[in-house]
Design a binder for this molecule. Structure first.
Ligand code: GLN
Length: 244
C-alpha cells in the first residue's frame, strides 16, 4: 500500500511544531509497512484531482493566510473542495482551519474568503488565546494541544464541532466548542504538534486515506507508550496552568 500526503502551504504555514503532524503520519504508516510520499503544495503549485490521499494544512499568520486565500480563490480551491467531498481526509490547524470556513476577518484588513467547507466563520478578536488546551471528543476521546490565536471562530447551525473544551479557549473562548468536522476533514486550534500526542486522531486520518484505495478494517495497533506518556504530561501541564 502506498499513500500520498498533500502538505498544503508547507513552507509558509507551519508554526508551533505543525511539521510534527507530518512526521507522525509518515512514521505511523511506515511502522505498518505503508509507504508514504509527502507532496508539498505551495502558492502557485497545481493541485491535481486524485493525486493526494490525505491533506495537512498548518497554521500561519495573517500575511501567509492572505497569500493562501488568494491561491485558493480560483480553480485550486474548487479542486480541494471536490477532494474533500470525495472523502479525502484532511487535518487543518488554526490558520488553515480558519480558511476552510466561510471567511476570516483579520484586524483592520479586508475579509479573506474561505472555502466554506465548514459552516463556520472567524473574526479577529482583541485578545490572544494562548495556552495548553484539553478537549473532550466523542470519537477520539481526550485531545490535548497548545493554542495561540486571536481569531474567534463561530460555528453555524449545520456545523459539527470536533469536541468540547475542558481546559483552554477553543473556537472562541465563549461557547465551549473546539474545532469543526465535515466529511473526513477536521479543523482545529490544536497546535503542539497535535498528532504525536493524540495517536487515535492520526490513525483516523490514515484509515480514511487507506479506504480511498478500497482497504477496510482495523489498523494494526502500535506501541503507543511514548505517545501516551506525552499525552498525559501535556494534560498535566494544562491542569497546572488552570490552577495558576
Ligand atoms: N491569524 C490567526 C490567528 O491568530 C492564525 C494563527 C495561527 O495559525 N496560529 O487567529
Amino acid at each position: 500500500m502506498h499513500l500520498t500526503i498533500g502538505w498544503l502551504y508547507a513552507r509558509t504555514m507551519n508554526i508551533y511544531g505543525d511539521r510534527g503532524n507530518i512526521v507522525t503520519l509518515v512514521e505511523r504508516c511506515r511502522r505498518r509497512g505503508i509507504a508514504v510520499d509527502v507532496l508539498e503544495i505551495g502558492v502557485g503549485d497545481p493541485l491535481e484531482p486524485g493525486r493526494c490521499d490525505l491533506f495537512f494544512w498548518g497554521g500561519g499568520q495573517d500575511r501567509e493566510q492572505i497569500a493562501a486565500a488568494r491561491d485558493l480563490a480560483g480553480p485550486k480551491g474548487e479542486t480541494l473542495r471536490a477532494e474533500i467531498e470525495r472523502g479525502v481526509p484532511l487535518l487543518a490547524v488554526c490558520g488553515g482551519y480558519q480558511l476552510l470556513g466561510h471567511f476570516y476577518r483579520p484586524h483592520g484588513g479586508p475579509e479573506l474568503p474561505g472555502l466554506g467547507l465548514f459552516d463556520a466563520w472567524t473574526i479577529a478578536g482583541s485578545r490572544r488565546m494562548i495556552g495548553n488546551i484539553v478537549v473532550d471528543s466523542d470519537e477520539f476521546g481526550e485531545l490535548v494541544g497548545f493554542e495561540n490565536h486571536s481569531g474567534q471562530t463561530f460555528l453555524g447551525l449545520s456545523a459539527r464541532p470536533l469536541g468540547r473544551v475542558r481546559i483552554g479557549w477553543g473556537n472562541n473562548g465563549r461557547d465551549g466548542s473546539e474545532g469543526c468536522r465535515y466529511r473526513h476533514a477536521i479543523g482545529t486550534y490544536l497546535h503542539g504538534p497535535l498528532l504525536p500526542k493524540n495517536p487515535r486522531l492520526a490513525d483516523y486520518l490514515i484509515a480514511r486515506a487507506l479506504e480511498l484505495h478500497g482497504w477496510s478494517g482495523e489498523l494494526p495497533p502500535l506501541d503507543d507508550t511514548l505517545a501516551d506518556r506525552a499525552h498525559a504530561e501535556a494534560v498535566r501541564r494544562a491542569e497546572d496552568q488552570r490552577r495558576r
